[in-house]
Design a binder for this molecule. Structure first.
Ligand code: NCD
Length: 359
């Protein structure tokens, strides 16, 4: 069975297949109207969300299916101390597929090990957000006509921004991608992504200090919000919160054919004056999110019993009760889960739940 916990759980071919299907859905909406009639999706959201949850809901409804779930874990048995694994074992009796958002990293992975139905990660802590990645890929494809060969600038909170981590991972499988990282020192991309993804996959990347110096070479500018809720230190947040703001003066330096993406919500990192620029694609991106989630849910249910669509093999994975993950936001430090680790090619040991380095 196929779950979507990390963007690389889908092969490049499966990713492209979903993007293509989303484009077919956009072109032939009638054709898919009743395709998941009598099917149900549960949205288990343990963390605030507007567009992601509504977009899953709308996607399932547009396929003719139904949706149930919670958007505030305080109103569910979780507040009585139920584990993620138990909640999923209960909910799978009621639905065909589950989308889960959780503040603890690795929670959707735990769900996938407990469930007999497909699990979709709708965002876990600062870790991953693979359905936003599919949204971003579809948007780039539709705005520019191609994904291979783009130069993409990521701006803002590259440390805590899970959408950035997931998109870089996914882009590492396309040809000729150039990544430019635009962030203050405090919000730089985590080393594990630089080393494991960029260096190993041969992504050409560099770090710069200002938007202006790279604007003319960008095909995509990916803006992000500074993730206040993930800072452990309020003073540090205050220092960096207004680091980079996109306005019309900076847009004037950009190519005529380029696009500005943002997973939203924006706070003040894009001035409203930019919204009317035809290259501002962030509200179109939201619409693409619905179509790509339709394609994803449809595909996961179709692939459920197909042995050619299974989870990728994870080489180097092992269990060791003596080891512990040091990440306080990792589910392995909150719930009793198997002590699973992963040895990388360089000999590093990483937590399977949150990817952070253990040794
Ligand atoms: C993002 C998220 O939740 O990670 N938003 C989203 O899914 N649309 C980005 C954010 O919260 O800043």
């Amino acid at each position: 069975m196929k779950h979507l916990i990390d963007p690389t759980d889908l092969s490049k071919q499966e990713t492209d297949q979903i993007i293509k299907l989303a484009q077919d859905i956009i072109a032939n909406r009638e054709k898919y109207r009743d395709s998941l009639r009598y099917h149900k999706l549960a949205t288990l959201f343990y963390e605030p969300s507007t567009r992601t949850r509504l977009s899953f809901t709308s996607a399932m409804m547009e396929l003719g299916g139904n949706v149930l779930g919670f958007s505030d874990a305080r109103n569910s048995s979780v507040s009585k101390g139920e584990t993620v694994a138990d909640t999923v074992r209960v909910v799978e009796n009621f639905v065909d597929v589950i989308a889960m958002r959780h503040p603890l990293e690795g929670a959707p992975f735990v769900a996938s090990t407990a469930a007999g139905i497909p699990i979709i990660n709708a965002g876990d802590g600062s870790h991953a957000h693979p359905t936003q990645t599919l949204t971003d890929l579809l948007t780039i494809q539709r705005e520019l006509g191609h994904i291979d060969g783009i130069t993409i600038g990521f701006c803002g909170d590259l440390k805590f921004g899970r959408t950035v981590h997931s998109l870089i991972k996914a882009l590492s499988r396309y040809e000729g991608i150039k990544v430019i990282l635009i962030a203050p020192d405090e919000l730089r991309l985590p080393d594990y992504i630089k080393h494991d993804v960029c260096d190993k996959q041969g992504i050409d990347y560099r770090e710069v200090r200002t938007i202006e110096e790279v604007m003319p070479e960008l095909d995509v500018l990916y803006m992000t919000r500074v993730q206040r809720e993930r800072f452990l230190d309020e003073e540090e947040f205050e220092r960096v919160k207004d680091s980079f703001v996109l306005d019309n003066a900076k847009m004037a330096l950009a190519k005529e054919k380029m696009c500005v993406l943002h997973p939203l919500p924006r706070v003040n990192e894009i001035k409203p004056e930019v919204d009317s620029d035809p290259r501002a694609a962030y509200f179109r991106q939201v619409g693409n999110g619905k179509f790509v989630r339709m394609a994803l849910i449809y595909s996961l249910l179709q692939w459920k019993d197909d042995p050619s669509h299974t989870m990728p093999e994870h080489q180097g994975r092992f269990e060791d009760p003596e080891l512990r993950c040091h990440n306080s936001k990792c589910i392995s430090n909150h719930e009793a889960v198997r002590p699973l680790f992963h040895r990388t090619e360089d000999g590093d040991i990483r937590c399977v739940y949150c990817d952070s380095k253990v040794k």
